[in-house]
Ligand binder design. Structure first.
Ligand code: FES
Ligand SMILES: [Fe+2]
Length: 410
């Protein structure tokens, strides 16, 4: 349970909100590169941290991300003409380049000084792993792009999709680190006496974010750990085979663009692995063509099949992990009210994660160093390993999650 104030602190992401300002210190995904494949092609709308933007590729192939509103009289730049190294508003012809500079102002008399003065908000972009990333924070604090493994691999080694969750980012993010739901939502059986809920929960802050350890006691006294890596400010690396990742990118306070990744660090994904990615039983959702909305969505109750649910073949009657997560997380409301929860032992990780995030917000406000700004600190993978009884998780995790070398650059 959180106080109303704490819940607000963790969930609000718009300009000026503490969490929004913290997120603006990191590179964040804005779009897929393929959405703006061709130079001078149509711009694409992007919503990030409460800001309405458009992304476009200019004549030279450079990517620009600018305010959707024209600074003249606020018409949408989405309808603009992408031509000769800039996006031109079609209302009165004002034109801006990827840096936000006004390069043409044909509606004003010759010699007007307005052109020099007027700017459109523009954020720097780069492309990694088939994704356009942007940095929306203070210019002087812009970090280098981190050594995030899946973005450094050749296209053949990864499969990336995305879909919109109509709820606050923290609901999705908490779901990603809430290991106790796996035995119910995704893998539950009708036999309620069978439970594989873990017995140990550790959350340890690191130089990149945190590691959430879930432990199960084995008969011989050993402990079986899953160490899930969190990278600032909203990434998870999944300890699956092949590996996976999630990025919960807040579009605004009540909508989240969830990027889902399957990847293999050293070889192309096999046909079998790709087939599994594409059959929508796992973390990827099947979307309405041309949109980022899943076909199974809240308007059709996620296509819940009550007969399937009753049969015991599916705990939820919803098909696919991605749809199950999306459905249940959206059901908590646009922003879950954490003041009315009742938390138990199985929520230990969630409680610790919230505490850690609140502490990071405090550190940021006080100007203390933040995790995840050193690119090399991101050379990590989630892992499963065993420890003998009595070995603290925090002492053993590092050796298993750190990767000494960055993956080969694309
Ligand atoms: S509103 Fe864009 S040029 Fe006038
Ligand atoms: Fe889940």
């Amino acid at each position: 349970m959180l106080s109303r104030k704490e819940n607000e602190l963790l969930t609000r992401v718009g300009p000026g909100a503490p969490m929004g300002e913290l997120m603006r210190r990191y590179w964040i995904p804005a779009a897929f590169s393929h959405q703006i494949e061709k130079p001078d092609g149509p711009p694409v709308r992007v919503k990030l941290l409460g800001e309405k933007l458009v992304v476009f590729r200019d004549t030279q192939g450079r990517v620009g991300l600018i305010d959707e509103r024209c600074p003249h009289r606020t018409a949408s730049m989405y309808f603009g003409r992408n031509e000769d190294c800039g996006l031109r508003c079609v209302y009165h012809g004002w034109k801006f380049d990827i840096h936000g500079d006004c390069t043409d102002l044909p509606s004003e008399p010759p010699g007007s000084t307005l052109q020099r003065k007027v700017k459109i908000t523009a954020y720097p972009c780069l492309e990694r792993g088939g994704v356009v990333w942007t940095y929306m924070g203070p210019k002087e604090l812009q970090p280098e792009f981190p050594d995030l493994e899946w973005t450094r691999l050749p296209a053949s080694h990864r499969h990336v999709t995305r879909h919109i969750q109509e709820c606050n980012w923290l609901q999705g993010f908490e779901g990603g680190f809430d290991t106790s739901h796996l035995s119910f939502l995704h893998g539950g059986t009708a036999d309620h006496s069978v439970s594989t809920v873990p017995s140990r929960y550790e959350v340890v802050g690191t130089d990149f974010g945190f590691i959430a350890g879930t432990g199960r006691d084995l008969p011989g006294g050993e402990i079986n750990w899953t160490a899930n890596v969190m990278l600032m400010p909203f990434h998870k690396i999944i300890a699956s085979q092949p590996a996976g990742a999630h990025v919960w990118v807040p579009m605004d306070d009540e909508n989240t663009m969830l990027y889902s990744v399957d990847f293999h660090p050293t070889r192309p994904l096999s046909e079998e692995e790709l087939r599994r990615s594409k059959d929508f039983r796992g973390i990827h959702t099947q979307n309405i063509p041309g949109t980022d909305h899943a076909i199974a969505n809240k308007n059709n109750d996620y296509l819940i099949d009550r007969d399937l649910q009753a049969s015991g073949d599916s705990y939820t009657g919803m098909k696919g992990l991605g749809v199950q997560d999306c459905g249940i997380q959206e059901s908590m409301g646009p922003i879950a009210d954490r003041t009315i929860e009742h938390l138990g032992v199985s929520d230990t990780a969630i409680i610790k994660i919230r505490r850690l995030l609140l502490q990071t917000l405090k550190d940021h406000a006080e100007g203390k160093p933040l995790p995840g700004l050193d690119p090399a600190s991101w050379r990590v993978r989630s892992a499963r390993f065993k420890t003998p009884e009595g070995t603290p998780f925090a002492d053993s995790m590092d050796a298993h999650v750190r990767v000494d070398r960055p993956a080969a650059a694309e």
